[in-house]
Write a protein that binds this ligand. Structure first.
Ligand SMILES: Cc1ncc(COP(=O)(O)O)c(C=O)c1O
Length: 440
């Protein structure tokens, strides 16, 4: 029986998923798919890991969930201690939710509550970046500049200021990539000053842009320069590490690579690796202190905040990652994976850029390598490649719109951290063959 109609990823008629094992998924017809993108960059330790499943089962046999206003739990307490420790003690508070959008929503609300608690209720405005994606709830969508995904909701979104993306492959006209940190920090400062620093609450960004950019790591020096501007004007910095974080980029916190600690950080996908939905928002002591002393608690969260079985899943996933040294493996093997992918794709003129960090790698396709002009939007090249790969048994994550919100073709690879060397090689081989077939 055929599945429901889908509208993306180049897959028209969805097959029915029945089983997952390690880096592979199987549909009802017995067809096997190698999960080259960890779904949407979620599956940090692959599918159906017996240790994670056993930990969830143990928790379910005791109790599935204790409501956060009535109970704490060992799973929640141990996961909180583990995550705060993985962040090197830079964060003091962690607030759970069930999706990346909710984690971003909490991050925005914590920033607002922080300023309200400090007696600065005029600080309400958010600054975000072009070519960004922060989620589908109205607040998270408001700070996202993904034109296609915003279109139906324009008019009801928050009034947000957008500053330029930090993309060394597509810098603004006349700007050298090395000048991006200086130029973009100046733009942020101008935006804050034009709006009035007394009205600006926070600047939100993805340390490595995911779906809206096709894996674009912040250039060296950019985050520190942006943070210096924020500090000067008492504007909080929010790092959205929902896609790039929790080890995927080769350091547990992505911004550890940049030597920066954002005031507030959102994490989700890889935290519990897709076993049960789990997300979290972390904030530093100075962000939390006025909130806790003025209001007693964070005014955010939902019924399922800190869901016990989800925390048990997160704890098991993080335990496995730590014991098997998987973040270190991602850092080491990621660089080799990217090099091998770049050389496999080098023969295609249409491959403009291969970039990323750790097991978070993007490929950008261009109609002209010199001008970097994108393919016509109607060609839907990334979805064509994604669809061909899927039919051939490889899951990747095609994205469109990275150039101007509408055109531009990129593709994300984000394998499980424990994908074997042979599986990584198979991802490259299958993707190369899909690219070759799509480009004729
Ligand atoms: C950077 C980033 N932030 C937030 C989100 C929203 O997460 P979710 O889809 O779990 O709500 C996503 C989802 O892809 C994301 O990539």
């Amino acid at each position: 029986m055929s599945g429901i109609r889908a509208s993306g990823f180049g897959v028209a008629d969805l097959p029915k998923i029945v089983r997952g094992r390690g880096s592979y998924l199987y549909d009802a017809d017995g067809k096997r798919y190698l999960d080259g993108s960890g779904g949407p960059a979620v599956f940090s330790v692959g599918h159906a890991h017996p240790e994670v499943n056993a930990a969830i089962m143990r928790q379910l046999e005791e109790v599935a969930y204790g409501y956060r206003y009535l109970y704490t739990s060992s799973a929640l307490e141990e996961l909180s201690a583990t995550v705060l420790d993985l962040c090197g003690g830079e964060y003091q508070e962690i607030i759970y939710s069930c999706s990346g959008s909710e984690a971003v929503e909490s991050a925005l609300k914590i920033a607002l509550q922080h300023f309200a608690a400090r007696g600065l209720p005029r600080k309400r405005h958010f600054i975000a970046r072009e070519r960004s994606w922060h989620g589908n709830t109205l607040g998270a969508l408001s700070v996202s500049s993904f034109a296609q995904r915003r279109k139906s909701f324009e008019g009801s979104l928050l009034d947000v200021s957008f500053v330029g993306a930090a993309n060394p492959y597509r810098p603004p006209a006349g700007i050298a990539p090395a000048d991006l940190p200086r130029v973009l920090a100046a733009e942020l400062e101008q935006t804050i000053l034009a709006r009035g620093p007394e009205t600006v609450a926070a600047f939100i960004f993805e340390p490595i842009v995911g779906a809206a950019g096709g894996v674009v790591p912040a250039p060296a020096g950019y985050v520190a320069a942006m943070q210096a501007v924020c500090r000067r004007h008492d504007v909080l910095m929010i790092a959205d590490e929902v896609m790039c974080g929790s080890g995927r980029s080769g350091s547990w916190r992505t911004l550890a690579h940049d030597g920066v600690v954002a005031d507030i950080m959102a994490i989700a996908k890889g935290l519990a690796g897709g076993y049960i939905p789990l997300a979290a928002t972390l904030c530093t002591g100075p962000v939390a202190a006025p909130i806790l002393s003025e209001h007693g608690s964070f005014q955010t969260g939902h019924t399922f905040t800190g869901h016990t079985a989800a925390c048990a899943a997160g704890l098991a996933v993080q335990g496995l990652i730590a014991r098997e040294g998987l973040v270190e493996r991602v850092r080491r093997r990621g660089a080799e994976f990217q090099t091998a992918l770049r050389s496999a794709l080098a023969r295609f003129e249409a491959v403009g850029d291969v970039r990323g960090r750790g097991f978070f790698v993007g490929v950008e396709f261009v109609a002209d390598r010199d001008t970097r002009a994108p393919f016509p939007r109607e060609r839907a090249l990334s979805f064509d490649i994604g669809g061909r790969a899927f039919r051939d048994g490889l899951i990747c994550y095609p994205c469109a719109g990275n150039v101007d919100g509408e055109s531009g073709d990129t593709l994300i690879l984000a394998p499980p951290y424990n994908a074997s060397d042979a599986e990584l090689a198979e991802i490259i081989e299958k993707l190369t063959s899909a690219v070759g077939a799509a480009l004729g």
